[in-house]
Design a protein around this ligand. Sequence first.
Ligand code: CA
Length: 229
Amino acid sequence: MRLLLVEDDRDLQRLLKKALGDAGYVVDTASDGEEGHFLGDTEPYDAVILDLGLPKLDGVRVLEKWRKAGRSMPVLILTARDRWSDKVAGFDAGADDYLAKPFYTEELLARVRALLRRAAGFATSEIEIGKLHIDTRTSRVTIDGNPVRLTSLEYRLLAYLAHHRGRVVSRTELVEHLYDQDFDRDSNTIEVFIGRLRKKLDAGLIQTVRGLGYCLEVPSADGKDRAEA
Ligand code: CA
């Protein structure tokens, strides 16, 4: 999952980028409203953490502009303004969640997880897809109850596919959501990681859709994979 963090307080930005990175997210950062707006307008993000008091362009304006342009990614507002009227303005501009400074990093991480899983239609932080179980709080993965050891990139890849289960995800999309903007994007490496994931998981779980990408299959009600049906 790739996040955008728009925060002009450099110390806080560094601290949050580290915490989010440790939690397995890829994080791009912007330090003013114009840069933040540009990135959110042109890059695909799974969620955005947006400060309100920003140089050049206020956070509420940034959010309004995104929403007017049809950008629908989940946005969590992070701000020192905690009057009820500021919150109302933020939600009315299109925010999905709101966290007042100061806050605990753990709470921010929990809210980001909640935003991502709501966007994906999961009710809790534990994802069950057939034999596959993913605990997004701890990044623990099991198949049929047996723990699977994944590298952080393998986990990110699997988590992304799981959040978009049942839909074909292209290699380009995976590269865009698994690496930050500075990464030298070679979509061939994705194939290598998919191969490794398949070896560690149930082989039939990740389907290749020729010419289009990959799909994490959702088993149908009768227990058969859709690919076999
Ligand atoms: Ca600020």
